[in-house]
Structure formats: C-alpha cells, structure tokens
Design a protein around this ligand. Structure first.
Ligand SMILES: Cc1cc2nc3c(=O)[nH]c(=O)nc-3n(C[C@H](O)[C@H](O)[C@H](O)COP(=O)(O)OP(=O)(O)OC[C@H]3O[C@@H](n4cnc5c(N)ncnc54)[C@H](O)[C@@H]3O)c2cc1C
Length: 382
C-alpha cells in the first residue's frame, strides 16, 4: 500500500511505540495518543520494572534502528533456583542468542520506551490524551477522549494495554481473568555476591515466585508474586516478613528498594477474543492478548505484533486485507503463549511442598542439552 491515510495509535507502550517505528520504516505516518504525561526521564508510567527481551524481538528493534548501546544489558544466563536458593537448572541464554544472531536483553521499561521514542518524529506522540472509546463511521473512525476532544482517523490501532478502552468497540465486553496471584516489582541499586552480572535469577517458591536481573549501571530489576486475592495488597513489612526464609538476595533487593518505588500488581490475562479487527480498527499487544508475566513474553509478543502488522500494510493492497492478514498470522500463536503463561504460573509456584520437591528434582536431573533446547526456543520465539 502507498498510503494508509490518518493513522491513530491509542497507547504509547511497547506495542504502540514499536508499531509507530515499524510504520515509519515502511514509509507511513501516524499519531500516538497516550494517556500519561512524559516524565523528565522520557517515560510515562511504571507498570512494570522491566522485561526480558529475547533475541527475536531484539533483532526487530535493531533492524528498526533503535540504539540499544546504553540501554539494558545482554543476558548470558538464567539461573533457576528453589526457594532455599539451590540451583535446579541453568539456561545458557547467551550461547542460544549467539546461535540466533542477536543478543537477548534485560531492560528497564522506561529506558526501552525512551530509546524507541528517540527514533520517532517528536510530533508523533500526543501525551495526556486518555481515549474513552471509538466510533466506526462508514469511511472513518472517530476517537473520543476523556477531555471531550474528538479526532477523526482512517485507521485506529488499539495498543492501550490489558485495560484497553478500544477493545470494547472491537471485541465487545471481555472480562479479565485473575490468575490467583498478586505481586510487586521494582528496581534497586544493589550489589549482592549471589547476583552475578548479565544474569537473571528465577526463584520458584511454594505458592509464589521471584525474579531478579542485572539491568546495567548497578541496577537490579525484580518482581515477586504471591497467592491471594486481587484486592489485598501487602504492606512492605508483610512482603519482607514473607521473604525471610527465602533465598537471601530476594530479601536484599526488596529491602533496598525505596518504598515509594515499589509497584504492586494483580496478575490477569484475557481469554481468546473472537476477533481483533472491526472495520478499520484493530487491537495490538496486551489489548489483544494480555498474558500473565509467568511466560516472560508479553512485551516480546507486542514487538512481534508490530512487525507483522507493518509488514502486512506494506505487502497488501487494502487496509482491510492487511488487518485480516495480521489477525490470521498472530492470533493462534499468541493464544498458545497465553496458555503457556497459565501453565508456567502453575509449575513455578506449586503450593504443595511434595509437588514442589518433585518439580525441583525433575529439573535438577534434566540433561544440559534439554536446557540448551529451551534456551534456543526462547531466543527464537518458538
Ligand atoms: C512484573 C511484570 C514483569 C513482566 N516481565 C515481562 C518479561 O520479562 N518479558 C515480557 O515480554 N513481558 C513481560 N511483562 C509483560 C509486559 O510488560 C506487557 O506484556 C507489555 O508491556 C505489553 O505492552 P503493550 O504496549 O501492549 O501494553 P502496555 O505496556 O500496558 O502499554 C499500554 C499503553 O497504553 C496507555 N493507555 C492505556 N489506556 C489508555 C487510554 N484509554 N488512552 C490512551 N492511552 C492509554 C498506557 O498508559 C500505556 O502506555 C511483564 C509484566 C509485569 C507486570
């Protein structure tokens, strides 16, 4: 296609910003409407402290020209430990990523968004725009904002995350599914002898888990989960008391994080939607296929979505054809990953001590070759 007309992306998170960049590379213009204001650090919000981005997603960012030199850290290995800290498996991510041809990264969310924004024309992003809904007309789509403002577009992309306002008009009312787990995340300046550089340490506990990773510049990003209702956030004292018998670095990273910088989460996903496309509107990223963080794939999927959608626009002759091609190429794959996230949620947080012991035994006796295969599959996004 030569021209997409007026393209409006709702949401300037990973999906929205990477799509804008992919469109720019394909020669298309767009506007992004983001509800948050830009902070001095060039970021809008702190919904997550950061991500693991696998080789296949990093390869796309590099292809689009994102400068990752001062952002995050190349990941060499993932240690999987039990609650007491015993090593039960080691995933050679660095070797697998080199085989794929691009590194995997541990990266802070704000740093990633700022690096992508630096590649976009400044007028692309319109902050402080909370979309309240869209209305399809015969030959255009109207965006409605909480401020009362209205904008006409030829194509609308709902990249507004798990609580998407655009989704209702595209796919109807879709209830979120609570995973049974809540948690917290943060970033701290902390060194610990058991947290090696370029390493992600995953701690599979009983009824919860933790993850900690070097994200560069002496910072560690971490997250925690625990079983419980979605409405009962824990105080910092309760969190720390719960961690006293856990592998020591987990307590260390939480206790050195400034209290006001700890983010509380309730982990949800959504059931497969009937459709992602209605008329000239389409859903992307978590808005289309939100998953729990237990598979470490949500941001990776958002980047892959952006690549597929921009490619579909470049390779087809009409917007409707491109949107259908995009949905056909991504829907089944992302639904499988959402199911995988649910399986990983059960496996990594087994409540029964006997089941957890059996799991740890099985993993600690797994041949190295099997962990290499897992690492290769993660790096390649398979
Ligand atoms: C603790 C934790 C750890 C995680 N770890 C990983 C990991 O290791 N690897 C991985 O791949 N994924 C991980 N994820 C998941 C990942 O964060 C998400 O899947 C990813 O951010 C989805 O990107 P998105 O752009 O679709 O949505 P979001 O990142 O949620 O972005 C949506 C954007 O839309 C904006 N917005 C929302 N509503 C409106 C509105 N009405 N109008 C305008 N703008 C709006 C928001 O402000 C936001 O900027 C993790 C998540 C959590 C919570």
């Amino acid at each position: 296609m030569q021209n997409l007309g007026r393209v409006a992306i709702v949401g300037g998170g990973v999906a929205g910003l990477t799509l804008a960049l992919a469109l720019k590379r394909a020669g298309f213009h767009c506007s992004i409407y983001e509800k948050h204001r830009l902070t001095d650090e060039g970021s809008f919000q702190k919904r997550a402290s950061g991500f693991t981005l696998w080789s296949y997603a990093i390869a796309r960012l590099i292809e689009w020209g994102v400068d990752l030199r001062d952002v995050g850290i190349e990941l060499e290995q993932t240690e999987i430990r039990n609650q007491n800290g015993e090593l039960i498996a080691l995933m050679p991510v660095g070797d697998a990523s080199r085989k794929f041809g691009a590194p995997s990264y541990e990266i802070r969310r704000g740093d990633l968004l700022a690096a992508i924004l630096a590649e976009l024309p400044p007028e692309t992003l319109k902050t402080d725009h909370t979309c309240s809904g869209i209305r399809e007309h015969a030959d255009s789509v109207e965006l409605q904002f909480a401020s009362g403002k209205r904008v006409q577009a030829d194509l609308v992309i709902g990249a507004d995350g798990i609580h998407s306002a655009v989704r209702k008009q595209v796919a109807g009312d879709v209830p979120l599914r609570y995973s049974g787990y809540s948690g917290a995340s943060g970033v701290t300046r902390c060194t610990h002898p058991d947290l090696p550089p370029q390493t992600h340490v995953d701690v599979w506990g009983r009824g919860g888990k933790a993850g900690m990773a070097d994200v560069g510049d002496g910072n560690i990003r971490w997250y925690l989960t625990w079983k419980g209702s979605a409405e009962s956030p824990k105080s910092l004292d309760e969190i720390l008391a719960r961690l006293e018998k856990w592998y020591a670095p987990v307590h260390a990273v939480v206790s050195t994080t400034p209290k006001e910088e700890i983010i509380q989460h309730s982990y949800y996903d959504i059931a497969p939607l009937r459709e992602w496309v209605r008329g000239n509107s389409v859903l992307l990223g978590d808005a289309a296929h939100a998953t729990t963080p237990f598979a470490a794939m949500g941001a990776n999927m958002a980047i892959e979505d952006a690549w597929e959608l921009a490619t579909a626009f470049a390779e087809t002759r009409s917007v409707r054809e491109a949107l259908q091609k995009f949905e056909n190429s991504r829907k089944k794959r992302t639904e499988e990953i959402v199911r995988h996230g649910r399986r990983m949620s059960r496996l990594t947080q087994l409540h029964s001590p006997i089941a957890a012991w059996l799991r740890d035994q099985a993993f600690s006796h797994m041949p190295e070759k099997e962990m290499e295969k897992v690492a290769v599959a993660m790096a390649a996004g398979e």
